[in-house]
Design a binder for this molecule. Sequence first.
Ligand SMILES: [Fe+2]
Ligand SMILES: [Fe+2]
Length: 303
Amino acid sequence: MMPAVSPAPSAPSARSAPATGSPPLCARTAALGALREADPATKASATRALYAAVLDGSLPCPADLELDEPPELPGRPARPELVEPRKLGRRNMQSPQGRAVLLHALAHIEFNAINLALDAVWRFPGMPAAFYTDWLKVAAEEAYHFSLLSARLAEYGHAYGDFPAHDGLWDMCERTRGDVLARMALVPRTLEARGLDASPPIRARLQQAGDHASAAILDVILRDEIGHVLIGNRWFRHLCDNGGLDSHVTYTRLAEQYRAPKLRGPFNFEARRDAGFDEAELAELTALAGLDGEQTAPSGTTD
Ligand SMILES: [Fe+2]
Ligand SMILES: [Fe+2]
């Protein structure tokens, strides 16, 4: 059975006080505070509480506030050890250990996704109010995904930090730190969209191995991730429209300029359509994969 998304928790408070001399507390300073938080469970619960506080109107969200970037973003725990992707081994889904390693890798992606969404909230001033609410919602959902995977990992006798992890996920965030248009193009519309493609084959492998509980978590994540990519598409197009830019040409230019990972099939066309990619973009993916509308074997990457 698919687990339901529970409401955001009421504790701990999203209002943990910023350091002396910091700007007045608001949703954007609190987002930066949560981004700096190193403990994963505290980061996740503070992020969900922050979104709840914005929804109930108890925390203002000033768009004009410009915040200085503190050193050493994002806050993260001493473990997992971060290694180059090629040093991570293959996972055998038939063994409990292999599935635990997979769940850990997914939890690591969600941990980074919390940071990526929080970063969009504090970093970019001058956006419409809905931009900040959208990214706080994404951050809260990523925190929920992280919590689901951590709980499942605990059922395998493991915790986040037990295995080495990929060191590249914060990289695109850093590259696009000065450009909200590039951030929207390349984080949600590229990296998160790759997750839409990768999810069905991973889910199938878990199901095949008899791990229905983990497969059900992937269902929740995929449903929410479609929403995240939709939010990315919405703000990417908003920024293109405001700047009088053609969204297709602009995406191609930014992907090249910021060295975005090359798109590779198979693509989850249904999820990508639901996530707001238009017919021209979908047709381009079809051509790219040389598929003529048919899907081929899964590649299985999620970042
Ligand atoms: Fe997620
Ligand atoms: Fe996401």
